[in-house]
Ligand binder design. Structure first.
Ligand SMILES: [Zn+2]
Length: 271
């Protein structure tokens, strides 16, 4: 009899545990942070597809961790949503960006206030990734020191000096449990970084940032002409490749429209 009661207690406690929120990452939302057309795709893949245009997407990722919300990249500025012809680049070979949906409206749909974010990270400081950083003026920003101190146009700082920031010199385990980890992947810019996320059902995912821009460049190790270091870019790709193998992780490429067209977008989410 005692043994049966004991078994019942185990089963009961088991079901209680299963019902409680588990620690770690609970959900990951893919947000539409811009859609664009590149004038000449060979800018990203030297010698390949010269003069051909290609559609790009721009992606942000919102992570619900048991300790709080974390945003990865902030996309094209929301103000571009009001520009019917989009944001034209100085170089016609680059991307003309549009904003079919604002970041603010997607957060609202999910039920997240900007002040709710516990932290945010940006892969790097190009304008299609930092466009809405100041929508979250009190949120801790995780960025590599090398990126933060990289002089901008006219030697201007890359971020408002008053924005709370944690300057990194390498990798960082954001929540201390190995579920959300910034990976240092320089080359596209001096302090470029990627993000590794451990999802309970989907498994491990690496969010590329601009360590690579689209699948064929990943497969052929193509390095865009404007990257600050070709050697670092190739080393970072090898590093990511090692992570994918070791942790059986998927690579989600920020700007790859073909890949993103096959993914669930917010308010749907990955677990
Ligand atoms: Zn980009």
């Amino acid at each position: 009899m005692k043994r049966i009661v004991g078994l019942a207690a185990v089963l009961l406690s088991g079901s209680l545990t299963a019902g409680a929120a588990q620690a770690g990452v609970e959900k990951l939302y893919i947000l539409n942070c811009g859609e664009g057309v590149a004038g000449d795709i060979s800018r990203w893949s030297p010698g390949v597809n010269e003069g051909k245009s290609m559609d790009f997407v721009d992606t942000c990722y919102l992570i619900k961790h048991s300790q709080g919300w974390f945003l990865w990249d902030t996309g094209i500025p929301d103000a571009v949503a009001a520009m019917p012809d989009g944001l034209k680049p100085a170089d016609p070979k680059a991307v003309t960006w549009k904003r079919p949906k604002t970041l603010a409206s997607q957060l609202e749909q999910i039920g997240v206030n900007p002040a709710d974010l516990k932290g945010m990270g940006v892969s790097h400081t190009h304008p299609d990734h930092i466009g809405n950083v100041e929508m979250f003026p009190t949120t801790m920003l995780y960025v590599q020191k090398a990126e933060y101190e990289w002089p901008g146009a006219d030697n201007k700082p890359r971020f408002k000096p008053e924005h709370p920031v944690t300057l990194l010199e390498g990798d960082r385990d954001i929540f201390g449990d190995g579920s959300v980890t910034i990976l240092s992947t320089p080359g596209h810019t001096p302090g470029h970084q990627s993000l590794q996320v451990k999802l309970p059902k989907t498994g491990e995912v690496v969010l590329s940032g601009d360590a690579v821009h689209f699948k064929s460049n990943w497969e052929n190790r193509g390095v865009p002409v404007n990257n600050v270091s070709k050697d670092q870019t190739l080393a970072s790709m090898e590093r990511i490749s090692g992570v994918l193998t070791k942790d059986k992780a998927q690579l989600w490429i920020n700007h790859d429209k073909a890949q993103r067209d096959g993914q669930k977008l917010a308010p749907e989410f990955y677990e």
